[in-house]
Design a protein around this ligand. Structure first.
Ligand code: ADP
Length: 402
């Protein structure tokens, strides 16, 4: 049949429709066209596929080098086609191994890197090494092996991975350091407590022996020693509490109490904490709670001490208790410096202190951490509200017993 005519195919001819005209072409032509189309597809893939594609022969000579390979490795096809692969993108330290690998494959047919994806470094034209993903397939064409390598640049992924590993290592190091710090704090506090207790005991003994009028100044100094060793003792106890909390060993010895008799009594005994402020209990709700009274006193001491410390020149600290759902809530209001809004969530963290106040007020940043752990262990909550410059209100809640 003549090309361009309309007709039907016999065994060898077929009837196809192209650009509005039926054409009959032979099976051979159709096969040729199929090959052409397939070649075109392959060429497109080779030209603009996502990976670098490099084809080498069994002498390592580069046969093909696609545009992506040029982008990744910096060499144009003209610069590398015909050259041995080991003189281009293989880093110097791997070149010998690559040659050996190739001759081993030609002798035995074994190639450990063939037909799998591996991560490896490659050499850029400019001389720097970088990470690539490499998959190599081998085919025999007319009795000769050729190797097709697909390569992609994974520098960015590697960077992210390395950054992650680095971050994890840093975190681990910080954790180890924290643990060492905790261990040190625990040992140091124990070691310091023993001589301190002895100093305090001697100060008290000397105080009791120096009753003469002439010895009044000495008595005053001894009383100061007694007072300050007492303060140091409290600090060391707090540091030991931090270690106990860290080790999960802060145990409670709970008894049932009536909150409205506990609160006035404890607050009364706490008035000595501050000479400048009056602590007033404005609302005192009845509620049965199960608490470790010593630990709860510790919480109150800490909150009241802070209220006094962070409100210099003010006169009032107001305490209230009220019921909310099945809990009793106790609030402590001061009219002091307040806490910046963005820092409120951090003040219960271990060793946290608001930067701005650190230079004007002394402290270790552990009182609220211990308080929050104590309240949490009682099944309660602790939180704070504050307006910078106007004052703060601290709250804790405890579950009421039925
Ligand atoms: P310390 O007072 O020893 O620094 P705390 O754990 O008791 O440690 O308190 C943590 C931080 O919370 C303090 O350093 C301070 O910045 C802030 N803070 C606590 N109570 C108050 C308060 N009543 N008013 C203002 N800031 C407070």
């Amino acid at each position: 049949m003549v090309e361009g005519q309309i007709g039907y195919s016999d065994n060898h001819d077929q009837r196809i429709y192209t650009r509005g005209v039926f054409k009959n072409i032979t099976a051979r032509k159709l096969a040729e066209r199929k090959i052409e189309e397939s070649e075109k597809r392959l060429k497109t893939f080779f030209q603009s596929g996502p990976d670098a594609i490099i084809v080498i022969d069994e002498h390592q000579q580069i046969l093909e080098w696609n545009p992506k390979a040029e982008i990744i490795f910096g060499y144009t096809p003209g610069e590398v086609v015909g050259k041995p692969l080991s003189e281009t993108i293989i880093p110097h330290q791997y070149r010998e191994a690559h040659k050996k690998g190739m001759s081993h494959f030609l002798k035995t047919g074994e190639g450990p890197v063939l037909n799998k994806t591996i991560e490896i470094t490659a050499l850029h034209k400019k001389g720097h090494e970088f990470y690539i993903n490499l998959s190599v397939s081998n085919v025999k064409v007319e009795g000769v092996w050729i190797f097709i390598a697909f390569l992609s640049d994974i520098t960015e992924r590697k960077k992210t991975e390395e950054a992650l590993i680095h971050k994890e290592a840093e975190l681990l190091q910080a954790k180890l350091l924290e643990e060492k710090k905790d261990e040190f704090i625990s040992i140091a506090s124990h070691e310091l407590k023993t001589p301190l207790t002895t100093i305090k005991a001697y100060a008290q003994l000397a105080l009791s022996l120096s009753k003469d009028k002439e010895q009044e100044p000495i008595q005053k100094y001894l009383a100061k020693i007694d007072q300050y060793t007492g303060k140091l003792n409290i600090l060391l106890d707090e540091l030991l509490d931090v270690s106990r909390i860290h080790a999960g060993k802060l145990s409670l010895s709970q008894t049932e109490i009536e909150m409205n008799s506990f609160l006035p009594e404890v607050l009364n005994s706490m008035q000595h904490i501050t000479q400048d402020h009056t602590i007033t209990l404005e609302n005192n709700e009845t509620a049965k709670v199960k608490v470790d009274t010593l630990r709860l006193e510790q919480v109150l001491t800490n909150i009241i001490s802070n209220a006094a410390k962070y409100s210099p020149g003010k006169e009032k600290i107001i305490v209230k208790s009220f019921k909310e759902d099945n809990s009793i809530v106790v609030s402590f209001t001061d009219f002091g410096i307040g806490i910046p809004k963005e820092k409120i969530s951090k003040i219960f963290d271990r060793f946290y202190r608001v930067d701005e106040v650190s230079k004007d007020f002394s402290g270790l940043g552990i009182g609220l951490f211990i308080s929050s752990e104590i309240i949490k262990q009682h099944g309660g909550k602790i939180w704070a509200e504050s307006i910078e410059g106007d004052g703060s209100t601290f709250y804790f809640s405890l579950p009421i017993m039925n």
